[in-house]
Each structure stands twice: as structure tokens, then as C-alpha cells.
Design a protein around this ligand. Structure first.
Ligand code: BG6
Length: 628
């Protein structure tokens, strides 16, 4: 797993460019390349939906069609799927640098339309290199750095007259974390390079494919070729060949059968992926417990036990799950953990690391740049061990970390995380119980009983929670469509849960919802409470006595208390309206934090739908952020 990171790019911050999804296909003489590229790329919508484009090669002529909008909008307008040809490239863009405009959409041409290509990721030397190219006579048409990748190949083809060498050498001009795919109209191959952004290839009965992620490969094949940074591929009708960029040496890379179920990328009859993925959580709890109770756990536990300091590093929902994890490590194992936001870790703790530390890097995609920056620092300066907690097999984190714990969720397509956050909470609860059993912080029977509850009861309790709170959340959502501002508060174990609930409401309802610790609310934010101002309180049965004080502080000033937790008689008097109590089933108090997030997932889902928003593709967001 260790050490296949490309070393030719410098990390750390610089203004980003694009997070996207790229796909290249070479068919065995088929003529419906537009249709194939649209079908496969549609599976990458969660990576970017600001603009879309297809470059189709037919009789050695490239037709390029691209515009602003989602793939379905642009396909309808420009008939991308009816583009004829036997090979081509498609790209879905999530703009960070350069407005989401038609000219900045990808793919791009080189100086002439002979060269065509697209990229994902960001170039750190965009400004200088763009000027160099212009100074040497290149015609740069857009403000998008993906175009520079195509021109770099164009430049070296000029020098070498050889596409393979031109692609290989182009990488030395480009700095940053990226992947790109490129071709020449009059040559049958398509090339692709992986330098810090995700890329995977596949061999299928109709031809070969390369793409940013597995879901877009699966419609054609489950015969997959995994790639490491610093590698390039050449797609031909019949074969995918892998080479080392540094010296052009061919690498023996076996084709592997992916057991990721292609249907996972389908909605399975649900109106949205988010609702489908929420409903997959009972199965996820079984799968992740199966993946945890393996001999490898000994290595993971040792990495934590032997550490003089143990950090958790993550972003977004993974960070909120890491906060829940911190409470489990404290409560069950008495192990101090330092949970930190990925982008904050180096400025906040970079100097406190040494080679006796263990840093757990939590990222469902395994590609979040803020987290990979920390991995690279630790790797380059030998600052201890790294343990990845990840969902995407074949991701950069999987290859870069010393070891990794698989989350076992199957693909999560919807941009807002649900089942992955849930799986992470279970992983932390399990590891903490095992650590506590080993260091005597809890006795063997307590640990055994809790792990049995996680294995045997949690799937049922999760299903009950979905069934029970689905309707409640749907009805409650209807009463909140006018509320653009709320607080979501947690205490103790539900600290991370409240932050996650707030994040979901922000992500897909575009509401300003702050998640914070309920005892802190009175130290300032309480001033916002006036008549019927909604304040959501998440609680466990062991902390409700304390949370009652915090509910009181808000409701006696006219606030509308909405409670998430087990039904407790001491809490009931605080909800004016019966539907303001999102009741989860009775269970072990240590299970409460895992169940309490589900009604908040459902509430945000139904509110988003009521507001006419597509919860799977919230504006301005992306599933995987590979930029600084
Ligand atoms: C954001 C996603 O881009 O990244 C969030 O929109 C996610 O849903 C966050 O929680 C972190 O992603 P990951 O893959 O590192 O867990």
C-alpha cells in the first residue's frame, strides 16, 4: 500500500481550479461514442455539474460540443449522445477557477483541433505556464487550466512527433494534483495520466475506458485496471497498457474484477440516491461489522495503542463522525484523541507530530485534498504512522496510508454523505470498545455486550429508526419550509451528531443552520431566539437531564424546541407540537449517537425536496474535493 505516490509535484496550498469527472473511451469500431460517453459520464454527476462537454472522433475528425449545465440539460440542448464516432473524451466540471462558462467548459483543443483532451484536479503553475505557452505562440482560448494540459502535449508532439513521448514529457511542465486524458484525431489511441487525482481504467467487450471513478466504468465492465500516481495508460481497442511516467517503462498491471455492484450506482426505485443510501444503512451496519472483525484489526489497534499521540483528521461529514468517535474513544477506552479539520491540521498541529504519532485520516472518497496534504506531510517528513478510514477502494488514501480500514458502504453517489458518516461512527465505536477491553478501561463483558449489540441489534434498530422517523421527519419538514435560519445543538455524544444534522440542512436546504454544543448556546447565540425560532436538540438518555436546562433557556424565550432522541417523559413537556419530537427506538445509550443522526438525515432530505431542491446535486458542492 505504501509509497506509490508520484513525487514530482509540490503540495500545499495554491488557488484551485476544477474538481471534475473525466472519461475516455476507445471502442472496437463502434460508432455510437456520444451515447457511450454520456451513459458512462452520467455516473460521475456527483463530481461536478457546472458544465459538460464531449469530444467525439469520427473518421479522424473531432467534433466538440460543450456548454454550461448538468449532463442531462446539455445533452438535451446539444444532442451529445447522438455524436457519431469510435472514440472520444467527455468531462463534467465543478468550477473553482474560471467561471462556469461555455468557453471554460471541457474538453479543450490544442492549437488545432487535432489535439483534444480534458482534466480533473488543479494546476499549481497555471498563471506562469499559461503565459509561457502564449509567449511561445500557443492559442489559449479559455481561463481553464485543463486546456493547458492539452497544449502541453501539443507542444511536446511538436518536438518529438510521438504521442506517447509527448504525453509523458508534458507532465514535467505541469505542477499540482491532477489527472488528464488526451488524444490526437488521426491516431487510434487515447492516453491518460494520473498525478495526484483519481483515475481508473477498464477493459470491456466493446473496447477500453479510463475515468475519474469506478461508477462510470461499471456500465461497460467490472474488469478494472487500478492506477497509481506517476503512471499513464494507453487505451487501444483491445488493451489498456500501463507505463511509468518517469521513464516510460511498461508496468505489469493485472486486470482485477471489481465486486462493486453497478446497480449501486442506480437509484433502485428511490426518487433520489440520498434516500436510497439512507435506507441502505441497516445493511451497511452488517457489512462494516463484518469488515472490522478480522485479524487485521490487531494491526489497527496496535497502531493506536503504540502511539504517543493519536490524531483524527477529516473534512465535512467525516469530520463530524470523527467528533462522535472522539467521545467513544474517551468513554470506552479512556484514550485521548485530537479530532481536526483537514485544512486546519498542519497550521494547528503540524509541529506537534513525531514518528511515534498515529494519525487516522478519515475520508470516504479517499481523495479529499485537505486530508491528502496531511498524509503527504507525514509521509515526506516521516512523522509517524497513518491509518486511513475510507470507502473508495483504489483511492489515493488507500495507496498512500500505512494501513487502512474499509468502510464497506458500497458507492455513495449522493453529494451529501449519509451511509458513510454512519459507517464511520460504527468503526469508531467498535475500535474504542476493543481498545477499552484491551487496556482494561471497560471490562471484557461490557465490551463483548456492546460489540454484540453493534453486530446483532444495530441493523434492526437502524431499520426501525428509518421506519419510525421517516413519516415524522416528512411531516416536520413541511412546517420548516419558511425557516431559513436554525440551530442544531448536541451535548456529549451527540455533539458530532448535531453538527452533522446542521451540515445536512446547510448542504441540501441552503438554510443557515449552525451545529454547536448546547451548553455553549447561552454564551452568545441564544440572543437569536425569538418567537418560534427553531432550535433542534439531539440527546442521549444519559444526558437529557442536562439538555433540559438548555432547552429551557431557549423555550422560555419563545424558542421552538425540536427534540431528536428516545422518548423520555422529562422531555415531552418541552415540545409544543407532537411532531416536534423525532423519536428514535429505545436502545443501549451508547447506540443513541449512531441512531440519532438518521431522523436528521431524513428531515434534511424531505425539507430539501419540499423546497424543490435536488438533494443529490446541491448547488456549489461536489462529492469529492481534490483542490486546496
Ligand atoms: C465534501 C462533500 O466535498 O467533502 C461532503 O460534499 C464530504 O459530503 C466532504 O463529507 C468530505 O469528503 P470525504 O470523501 O473526505 O469523506
Amino acid at each position: 500500500m505504501k509509497g506509490t505516490w508520484a513525487t514530482n509535484y509540490k503540495r500545499l496550498s495554491m488557488s484551485g481550479s476544477t474538481v471534475c469527472g473525466i472519461t475516455g473511451i476507445v471502442t472496437k469500431g463502434h460508432s455510437n461514442i456520444g451515447e457511450l460517453l454520456v451513459m458512462c459520464s452520467r455516473k460521475l454527476t456527483y463530481r461536478g455539474y457546472d458544465s459538460v462537454g464531449v469530444a467525439a472522433v469520427n473518421n479522424n475528425i473531432v467534433t466538440l460540443r460543450k456548454d454550461v449545465g448538468t449532463i442531462d440539460d446539455v445533452n438535451e440542448k446539444l444532442h451529445l449522445s447522438s455524436l457519431p464516432g469510435d472514440r472520444g473524451i467527455a468531462q463534467l466540471r465543478w468550477a473553482t477557477y474560471g467561471a462556469p462558462t461555455k468557453v471554460n467548459a471541457q474538453p479543450h483543443f490544442g492549437c488545432s483541433s487535432v489535439f483534444y483532451g480534458a482534466h480533473n484536479g488543479n494546476l499549481h503553475n497555471y498563471f506562469e505556464y499559461r503565459q509561457d505557452l502564449i509567449d511561445t505562440g500557443h492559442i489559449i482560448r479559455s481561463e481553464n487550466d485543463g486546456e493547458l494540459c492539452v497544449h502541453a502535449v501539443d507542444k511536446y508532439y511538436e518536438e518529438t512527433g510521438d504521442m506517447f513521448e509527448a504525453v509523458r514529457m508534458s507532465t514535467k511542465d505541469l505542477k499540482g494534483a491532477f489527472a488528464y486524458t488526451v488524444g490526437r484525431a488521426d491516431e487510434p489511441e487515447i492516453y491518460a495520466v494520473k498525478m495526484g487525482s483519481s483515475l481508473v481504467a477498464g477493459v470491456s467487450p466493446i473496447g477500453t475506458i479510463v475515468s475519474s471513478d469506478l461508477p462510470s466504468i461499471l456500465p461497460l465492465t467490472n474488469q478494472v485496471v487500478y492506477l497509481d500516481d506517476g503512471e499513464m495508460v494507453v487505451l487501444r481497442e483491445e488493451s489498456v497498457k500501463v507505463y511509468r511516467v518517469e521513464d516510460g517503462a511498461e508496468l505489469d498491471r493485472p486486470i482485477q474484477t471489481s465486486n462493486v455492484d453497478a446497480r449501486a450506482a442506480e437509484k433502485g426505485g428511490f426518487p433520489h440516491f440520498m434516500l436510497k443510501e439512507i435506507n441502505e444503512q441497516p445493511q451497511v451496519s452488517k457489512d462494516v461489522m463484518g469488515l472490522l472483525q478480522v485479524p487485521e484489526q490487531e494491526k489497527w489497534l496496535k497502531m493506536i495503542e503504540d502511539a504517543n499521540r493519536f490524531y483524527l483528521v477529516a473534512c465535512g461529514s467525516s469530520y463530524n463522525a470523527s467528533i462522535v468517535g472522539t467521545y467513544y474513544f474517551n468513554r470506552l477506552a479512556g484514550v485521548p484523541v485530537i479530532p481536526t479539520i483537514g485544512g486546519q491540521f498542519i497550521p494547528m498541529y503540524g509541529q506537534t507530530l513525531d514518528n511515534n504519532c498515529t494519525t487516522m485520516l478519515v475520508s470516504q472518497s479517499g481523495e479529499t485534498k485537505d486530508v491528502l496534504n496531511v498524509l503527504k506531510l507525514i509521509d515526506e517528513e516521516n512523522l509517524g504512522r497513518t491509518l486511513g478510514v475510507l470507502n473508495v477502494i483504489g483511492s489515493s488514501l488507500m495507496f498512500g496510508a500505512n494501513d487502512y480500514i474499509p468502510m464497506g458502504c458500497g458507492y455513495e453517489v449522493s453529494v451529501p454523505a449519509t451511509k458513510t458518516y454512519y459507517s464511520q461512527s460504527i468503526i469508531f465505536a467498535y475500535l474504542a470498545a476493543k481498545l477499552g477491553e484491551r487496556n482494561g478501561h471497560i471490562d471484557e463483558s461490557e465490551a463483548k455486550q456492546f460489540i454484540e449489540t453493534l453486530s446483532n441489534d444495530l441493523p434492526r434498530l437502524t431499520q426501525e429508526t428509518i421506519d419510525k422517523t421517516g413519516i415524522l421527519a416528512k411531516n416536520l419538514a413541511r412546517t420548516l419550509t419558511r425557516e431559513r435560519d436554525m440551530y442544531c445543538l448536541g451535548y456529549g455524544f451527540t455533539d458530532g451528531v448535531a453538527r452533522e444534522g446542521a451540515l445536512k440542512l446547510k448542504e441540501i436546504c441552503y438554510s443557515h443552520v449552525e451545529g454547536m454544543y448546547s451548553s455553549e448556546f447561552k454564551h452568545g447565540p441564544l440572543s437569536i431566539v425569538t418567537d418560534a425560532y427553531p432550535v433542534i436538540f439531539t440527546t442521549t438518555t444519559e444526558d437529557s437531564w442536562m439538555v433540559i436546562n438548555h432547552i429551557n433557556e431557549a423555550s422560555c424565550r419563545g424558542g421552538r424546541a425540536i427534540i431528536v432522541g428516545e422518548r423520555e417523559s422529562n422531555l415531552e413537556p418541552y415540545v409544543e407540537n407532537k411532531m416536534d419530537y423525532l423519536e428514535v427506538p429505545k436502545s443501549d445509550v451508547l447506540i443513541n449517537p449512531i441512531l440519532d443522526v438518521i431522523p436528521l438525515q431524513l428531515l434534511s432530505y424531505f425539507l430539501s425536496v419540499d423546497l424543490g431542491i435536488n438533494p443529490d446535486l446541491p448547488r456549489n458542492l461536489s462529492k469529492t474535493l481534490t483542490v486546496d
